[in-house]
Design a protein around this ligand. Structure first.
Ligand code: CAA
Length: 248
């Protein structure tokens, strides 16, 4: 694998898949990271994406919520492929319920997967990026981290935390040729949004000024833009892609 590659956590997900395709179209080779338990389900995905993408897409496995799992995976990656030029922290889950009903597992699962993951994965690749004097780190947050959302105290807290991480790390790495940015999608046509009860989803769509869900590719093209070597003056930013749902 050439040294110009992108590591995409959650790369097989609804948004992640399009990010892989778009970054491949920009010339990066792709390493999509997923949970070890999903290994056998991803054979078809890998075949299909390699038909769509114009560079090679490979898979690697780690539990992004576990530091040691990420460390072991990163050692293998660096050994086999070198360190990534672009890191997209896109792994995320929901466990929606009101706080009055939320149990500790629903809180912990979301905080571990959506926020601890950003530390667990990013920490592994900082030194090689600094040594190379170049890197692009893109954290996929959510409009829920900005506006809050009924039933998402866990998810909104994690997603808001991601952008705090982005801003702090952007300052630490600005002089090293590495940019760190957040993208905050609104409601995107993915399985995660399809899982919202139909009447609630319809109410949400009514509130979106553009009048529809986003397509995953509309998120991916901004990831590609931020990944470009000519995007070096954008750092610590949070880019909204929400159809006008949240303006601030
Ligand atoms: N604001 C104020 N009150 C609300 C409300 C809202 N947005 N939504 C519901 N309520 C009220 C209801 O009217 C109801 O009131 P009463 O008890 O007086 O009748 C009460 O709260 C309970 O509402 P539900 O019937 O919805 O409660 P539930 O326990 O069945 O469901 C829930 C709770 C699972 C959180 C459900 O409300 C829900 O799915 N909400 C949508 C959550 C959402 O948007 N998730 C996004 C997932 S996709 C994603 O996260 C991607 C991304 O980045 C955007």
């Amino acid at each position: 694998m050439s040294t110009q590659y992108a590591l995409v956590t959650g790369g097989s997900g609804g948004i992640g898949t399009e990010i892989c395709v778009e970054l491949a179209a920009s010339g990066f080779r792709i390493l999509a990271l997923d949970h070890p338990s999903r290994k056998e389900h991803l054979t078809d995905w890998l075949e299909q994406i390699n038909q769509r993408a114009n560079t090679r897409v490979d898979l690697c496995f780690a539990d992004v919520g576990e530091f040691d799992s990420c460390l072991a995976c990163a050692e293998e990656i660096i050994d086999q492929y070198d360190s990534p030029t672009v890191l997209v922290n896109g792994a995320g889950i929901t466990r929606d319920t009101t706080l009055r009903k939320m149990d500790k597992h629903q809180w912990d699962d979301v905080l571990r997967t959506n926020l601890d993951s950003v530390f667990n994965v990013t920490r592994q690749f900082i030194e090689p990026m600094v040594e190379k004097g170049f890197g692009r780190i893109i954290n996929i947050s959510s409009v829920s981290g900005q506006s809050g959302q009924f039933g998402q105290t866990n998810y909104a807290a994690a997603k808001a935390g991601m952008h705090g991480f982005t801003k702090a790390l952007a300052q630490e790495l600005a002089s090293k040729g590495i940019t760190v940015n957040t993208i905050s999608p609104g409601y995107v046509a993915t399985a995660m949004v399809e899982a919202i009860r139909e009447d609630i989803r319809a109410d949400i769509v009514k509130q979106i000024p553009v009048g529809r869900l986003a397509q995953p590719a509309e998120i991916a093209r901004v990831v590609s833009f931020l990944s470009d070597e000519n995007s070096g003056y954008i750092t610590g930013a949070n880019i909204d892609i929400n159809g006008g749902l949240w303006m601030h």
